[in-house]
Design a protein. Structure first.
Length: 129
């Protein structure tokens, strides 16, 4: 009985290991927040990609490209975001408001038919030389 319980708990923990993800070329990429993670003064939080263990940093910004003939204002009404600036064409830099999770918000925007893609604005980890 104990072995079955241990196996079930192990399977459940593997299935729910990471619920945070972003889309890269249409594929979900799962991430886990680093265990020791002090926010920098700029608000960057670092995550590890579960597939390859690469570290990515994110803040509260999302890059989104609208589908042709989509309206940015109708997209803004679907999530708690604001436009920081237009990057060109149908590409925008958005800020996530209200402390909402940047990965969850980017996923909602990416899955919307009004967007070509949406993903967190990734920040490279600075390393001393």
């Amino acid at each position: 009985m104990n072995k079955i319980l241990i196996i079930l708990v192990s399977i459940f923990s593997l299935l729910n290991a990471s619920s945070l993800y972003f889309y890269d070329s249409g594929q979900k990429v799962f991430v886990e927040e680093l265990a020791v993670n002090a926010k920098s003064q700029s608000g960057v939080v670092y995550y590890k990609k579960t597939a390859d263990s690469n570290v990515v940093g994110v803040d509260d910004k999302i890059i989104v490209q609208l589908s042709r003939h989509s309206d940015i204002h109708s997209l803004l009404s679907k999530c708690n975001v604001e436009i920081l600036r237009k990057l060109g064409g149908d590409l925008y830099l958005l800020k996530v408001l209200g402390g909402e999770n940047v990965f969850e918000t980017a996923a909602v925007l990416h899955e919307d038919s009004d967007t070509v893609f949406a993903q967190p604005n990734f920040i490279k980890l600075r390393r001393a030389r």
